[in-house]
Design a protein around this ligand. Structure first.
Ligand SMILES: C[S@@+](CC[C@H](N)C(=O)[O-])C[C@H]1O[C@@H](n2cnc3c(N)ncnc32)[C@H](O)[C@@H]1O
Length: 244
């Protein structure tokens, strides 16, 4: 199926620097996602052209928040972890577009993690690793805790929950980049306690799209200013059951 003109136009207008060579792989990913979605619940968007805009272009709006090409590996880990990756959003489109960075897709549900593994292999994505685990467990694992320069997430829960699931995995000086809807500002106002307790520093909120685009996706960037105390993340289920 051809790549929809509206998606090409959006990518041009957003100036995200997506190379032409990546477009075919992005489309191949979308085909797999929509095909498997017929028997597994991965996304509510079922139609190819709409999915290009609402899934792929949305995910790619996070590109400017990724470490720059040739970022100094000595300073901060350059690895990116997608927490609650589901069908691979935003991690897989980002990994396709930035083959120079390593991406870990963290997903709690076994069958979704298997879909991610099969998809990364089928698309030949050598820069993608899949981890079938809960973020609460991964965040307490010394091999994973504070090992990533950047955590990304989309549709994983309200801000206090996302912060507890992502910030323990992020190295001091790194960031958690959360793709949110228009309620992000309100959720942030309710996140003071979580930000304070988890070691967060500067918080910035960006509109992912310029005005007039008709898309109110918001990207929240939270810097990790100090180490997260050992008691976080709490036991599996606790961040959601009793948000900070
Ligand atoms: C609503 S889906 C969103 C998936 C994907 N990020 C997207 O935007 O399409 C949330 C995903 O997060 C996963 N998830 C929820 N809590 C999690 C946790 N504590 N650790 C790891 N994955 C989790 C769920 O299994 C689910 O696949």
């Amino acid at each position: 199926m051809p790549i929809p003109e509206a998606a090409r136009a959006a990518l041009t207008r957003l100036e995200l620097g997506v190379p032409d060579a990546a477009l075919e792989t992005l489309d191949a990913y979308l085909h797999r996602l929509l095909e498997v979605n017929q028997r597994m619940n991965l996304t509510a968007v079922r139609e190819h052209d709409a999915a290009w805009l609402r899934l792929l272009v949305d995910a790619l709006t996070a590109l400017p928040g990724l470490p720059g090409a040739g970022a100094d590996a000595g300073e901060l880990p350059t690895g990116v972890i997608d927490v609650g990756s589901g069908g691979g959003l935003p991690g897989i489109p980002l990994a396709i577009t930035r083959p120079d960075l390593s991406f870990t897709l963290l997903e709690a549900t076994g069958k979704k993690a298997r879909f991610l593994e099969e998809t990364a292999a089928a698309l030949g994505l050598a820069n993608v690793a899949v981890l079938n685990a809960r973020a609460e467990t991964a965040g307490r694992d010394p091999a994973l805790r504070e090992r990533y320069g950047l955590a990304v997430s989309r549709a994983v829960g309200p801000m206090p929950v996302i912060l507890e699931l992502t910030l323990p995995l992020v190295a001091v000086g790194g960031r958690s980049l959360c793709m949110k809807g228009p309620r992000a500002e309100q959720e942030l106002r309710d996140s003071g306690e979580a930000l304070h307790r988890l070691g967060a520093g500067e918080v910035a909120v960006f509109d992912a799209y310029p005005e007039g685009f008709g898309n109110d996706l918001v990207v929240v960037s939270v810097v990790k200013a100090s180490a997260t105390p050992k008691k976080y993340p709490r036991a599996p289920g606790m961040p959601k059951a009793e948000p900070l």
